[in-house]
Ligand binder design. Structure first.
Ligand code: PMT
Length: 403
């Protein structure tokens, strides 16, 4: 998987910097091209000459040194990379990346990189668990940065615990798995819905819900990363338009229904993460409703159930629904799975802290028609989305085995 792949290896100043030499060596043996960027602190632990000899390329250490070739080096390196790996990654580089600081060559390149970024943290146990470092990790994960480790065990400072850099073999395996995962949805057409629908009452008011769109957007992005041809039908959200995804914006449940049904036939996989209003006002008032000082009764009529409509018309498609539950979570979700004829349902108990609407994290279970169920701990929505893609790929390849 690594043959011809271009890896930008960032090495920062920790004792594990010597292990980065083995990472570079393994990558080279597997056919990857490696460009190494070292921070000033890293050069205190290992010399640039060591990496130059292993990578057969110049090593980048200084922002303003004479360029190796005439180019804006930090930009051309960033464009060159298929993937960036920071190993070992100190608490300092994680903090810089989290706030977008660019005060040396490595942090500047990392700000310009648009390809996936992996981080293998290495630091003292207490530094790793400091709230600031944990917050930085959460920010980076939410941005799609992938973490490898840290591992647990004896630390150079004499303590035991997590904070050690993962072993070079494992780090390289993770990169291989990433390049393999880029293929797992190749050729698949995927439709994802996201956000919360708005049901208009009058020109200035609507009935809505708390969906931020984060879950659905993360799913669209994860399918795109896995090589799928993705269409995202998005109701109201403040999320940034995802790259390489066809985005169709809608407002109400009826608009979403029309768009989803029109595109359904050509899809291989449909994931309905949107929070769709079950009811809409019976009539839309053309003028703003005036306050009259007495009770106002609004009549609501049912919206079509989009997921159930897809379930009825299902042919070759793999249909995934979501369930936002507040009580009898699994029983209610199983009932939805069967009634709406979905192949799989992702259930989140939206009363749990860190789960459901608005947060960057979620706590989900996957439920299947055959009664199988997988429970997950608190994870970032990005991780939930990647796990969902891996699970669907495994089912559709008939292996049931995930990377
Ligand atoms: O957007 P975030 O802030 O990140 O929050 C994520 C989320 C909580 C919105 C998401 O994880 C989630 O649970 N989405 C589904 C919310 C929902 O509408 O659940 P439900 O249990 O009411 O509906 C079950 C399924 O039927 C869903 O797939 C829903 O899209 C679908 N449905 C519901 C009603 C309707 N009229 N048509 C539908 O298709």
């Amino acid at each position: 998987m690594l043959e011809g792949k271009r890896v930008l290896l960032g090495v920062t100043g920790g004792i594990a910097a010597y292990k980065a030499v083995e990472i570079a060596s393994r990558l080279r043996k597997l056919g990857a091209e490696v460009n190494v960027v070292m921070t000033a602190s890293a050069t205190e632990f290992v010399t640039p000459l060591t990496f130059r000899s292993i990578s057969s390329r110049p090593v980048y250490t200084e922002m303003f040194e004479e360029p190796k070739v005439w180019d804006v080096e930090h930009i051309s390196l960033a464009k060159w990379a298929d993937v960036a790996l920071v190993a070992p990654a100190t608490a300092n580089i994680m903090a810089k990346m989290a706030i977008g600081l660019a005060d040396d060559f490595l942090s500047t390149v990392l700000l310009a990189v648009t390809s996936p970024v992996f981080i293998a943290p290495a630091m003292n146990h207490a530094m790793y668990h400091h709230p600031a470092t944990q917050k930085n990790r959460a920010i980076l994960e939410q941005r799609g940065v992938r973490f490898i480790g840290p591992a647990t065990g004896y630390q150079a400072c004499g303590t035991e615990g997590d904070g050690r850099m993962s072993e070079p073999e494992e780090i390289v395996r993770e990169l291989e798995a990433y390049f393999r995962s880029k293929e797992i949805m190749k050729g698949q057409k995927v439709l994802v819905t996201a956000g919360g629908t708005r049901e208009l009452l009058d020109p200035v008011r609507y009935i809505g819900n708390f969906s931020s769109g984060k879950m659905g957007y993360a799913i669209a992005q994860a399918f795109e990363e896995a090589g799928a041809d993705v269409t995202l039908i998005s109701a109201s959200t403040a999320q940034v338009e995802p790259a390489n995804v066809k985005l169709i914006r809608v407002q109400s449940a009826l608009e979403m229904y029309e768009q989803v049904l029109a595109l359904y036939e050509e899809q291989d996989i449909v994931v309905k993460a949107a929070a769709v209003a079950d009811y809409r006002p019976a009539d839309f008032k053309e003028q703003k409703i005036k306050k009259k000082g007495e009770n106002l009764v609004i009549e609501l009529v049912p919206n079509p159930d989009i997921l159930a409509a897809l379930g009825e018309r299902k042919k070759h498609q793999f249909l995934v629904g979501f369930a936002a539950e507040t009580q009898d979570v699994v029983a209610n979700a199983l009932e939805k799975l069967r009634r709406k004829n979905a192949d799989m349902l992702v259930v989140n108990d939206v009363t749990k802290p860190g789960a459901g609407f608005g947060s960057d994290t979620n706590i989900v279970s996957f439920l299947f028609q055959d009664g199988r169920r997988i429970d997950y701990p608190l994870m970032s929505k990005t991780e939930v989305a990647r796990e969902l893609v891996r699970e669907i790929a495994a089912i559709r390849q008939g292996t049931g085995i995930k990377e």
